[in-house]
Design a protein. Structure first.
Length: 335
């Protein structure tokens, strides 16, 4: 492929920016969706549906504003008993049928996430046109460190809604006590976020798009976080890429991450441990469809996921220090 003129690259980024989802700062405020985005497809597929590897996904289907507004209300019609019965079933076809239904519920909870679709479009467009983001004047590039941190803070309520949507689609999650669920959401938000967005950390660049259309690039991350933290995030995503996981596998891994036992202040971890092991069996069956050595792949995935907990601890430390620094800067500027 020949070199694409910079003017075409600039226009591609500008066109993409105009198609982004715009979210109001208040979590109570309305969600404005441009006509271009409202008509954009939201399901994910590839030219080879049996192997839709990360980085090869394309949007298809149809999105609707009501679908997005109700994304946190997607509830599972499968129960924990259904999963347990499938796990113990001697019939492989029965197990596959129940597990497929659960995966479809998880995917349905994720498909109405238009912000994710915007990030996917950015990634695909940059790969197709060989765009290097830092060479262009992308949306949000000149936002100050303090203002960008505020933008990230504003995006947290919507991020929590997305996590709740996935949780609601996990059979048996409601059996976990309310106090434990609240602690899981609080302590596991970043771990889930990393797993959900691993697709968009590609070849040392981030293709994440915030709700206001600004790009959360690696350079912007480095303006917020220390380099060792950013390097760890990219290293984790790179390890996931080597497995060539499908979107179905990624969404099951999100559920696994959410229900991973051993979180601080979670009282009844027995129910969560049982649910987590059932979800690992769902993933095992899905891996078997795509990998001859699925047992080895699953073993290595377990090892990679163990890196999320310390990564989460590091993130909380960096964010805490940043909040103090931003607060101090604000006090000095108003002093």
């Amino acid at each position: 492929m020949g070199r694409v003129p910079d003017a075409i690259k600039e226009k591609a980024i500008a066109d993409l920016h105009h198609q982004q989802v715009t979210m109001w700062p208040s979590s109570q405020g309305p969600i404005a969706i441009s006509s271009a985005v409202a008509d954009r497809p939201t399901q994910l597929q590839t030219s080879n549906p049996s192997r839709c590897c990360l980085g090869e996904l394309e949007p298809v289907g149809h999105a609707d504003k009501d679908d997005f507004d109700q994304s946190s209300e997607v509830a599972s019609d499968l129960t924990f008993c259904d999963l347990l019965a499938a796990f113990n079933s001697p019939w492989a076809w029965k197990k596959a049928e129940i597990y497929d239904r659960m995966i479809e519920q998880l995917l349905q909870a994720q498909r109405s996430d238009l912000q994710r679709q915007a990030s996917l479009s950015l990634l695909n467009k940059c790969k197709t046109l060989n765009i290097v983001l830092e060479e262009l004047d992308y949306p949000g590039k000149h936002t100050t460190r303090e203002d960008f941190f505020k933008e990230l803070t504003v995006s947290i309520p919507r991020c929590v809604q997305k996590l709740l949507s996935i949780c609601d689609a996990v059979p048996g999650f409601s059996l976990i006590s309310e106090a434990d669920r609240a602690m899981i959401l609080k302590e596991g938000l970043f771990e889930w976020w990393m797993m959900a967005n691993a697709l968009f950390f590609f070849e040392e660049e981030s293709y994440l798009v915030l709700g206001n259309g600004h790009f959360y690039t690696r350079a912007k991350m480095l303006s917020i976080l220390e380099k060792p933290m950013v390097d760890e995030m990219f290293a984790f995503s790179k390890k996931l890429y080597q497995f060539e996981l499908t979107e179905r596998m990624i969404v099951v891994l999100q559920a696994i991450v959410i229900t991973t036992p051993g979180r601080k202040n979670v009282v009844n971890s027995v129910n969560m441990h049982q649910l987590n092991e059932l979800l690992w069996d769902v993933l095992r069956c899905e891996l078997t469809r795509h990998f001859d050595d699925s047992h080895t792949v699953m073993h290595h995935l377990r090892q990679v996921l163990q890196e999320l907990r310390p990564l989460n601890d590091s993130y909380k430390i960096y964010i805490g220090e940043l909040q103090l620094a931003v607060g101090k800067d604000n006090q000095e500027s108003h002093g």
